[in-house]
Every structure is written in structure tokens, then in C-alpha cells.
Write a protein that binds this ligand. Structure first.
Ligand SMILES: [Zn+2]
Length: 69
């Protein structure tokens, strides 16, 4: 029944643990074990993880050069 899904989405049943927005204010909320995260925060987290990965990779490369010397 699609009406059940609509009803569930209309009421703020979930709140993002990161930014505090509820499921009415964002496109999607993913619920975990006692925590929830919205699509916007997922995007920010992914961006952060990828930029950190790049930085760590660079530091690792610099370390390798330093070790050789
Ligand atoms: Zn959020």
C-alpha cells in the first residue's frame, strides 16, 4: 500500500543525529542502531572521507621518500 509509505514520510518519525533535521526536511533518512543520518550528512561524510583518504595517501608517499633518505 503506497498510502502507508506516504503517511510514514509525512510525520517526523526520524531525526538526523548529525544535523538534527527530521525526515520531513530532508530527502531521505537512514536509520541505524540508535542513530539516524540524512542524505545531506551522508554526502558530507563521503566527501570528508574521500578528501582525508587523499591526504593520508599523500602523507604516506612523503613518508616513504623520507624513509629512503
Ligand atoms: Zn543530517
Amino acid at each position: 500500500m503506497p498510502i502507508d509509505v506516504k503517511k510514514a514520510n509525512l510525520h517526523p518519525t526520524h531525526k538526523c543525529s548529525f544535523c538534527g533535521k527530521n525526515n520531513n526536511e530532508v530527502a531521505m533518512i537512514i536509520a541505524g542502531d540508535g542513530v539516524c543520518i540524512c542524505d545531506e550528512c551522508v554526502f558530507e561524510c563521503v566527501t570528508l572521507v574521500f578528501s582525508n583518504n587523499r591526504r593520508l595517501h599523500r602523507e604516506h608517499d612523503a613518508n616513504g621518500e623520507s624513509h629512503a633518505n
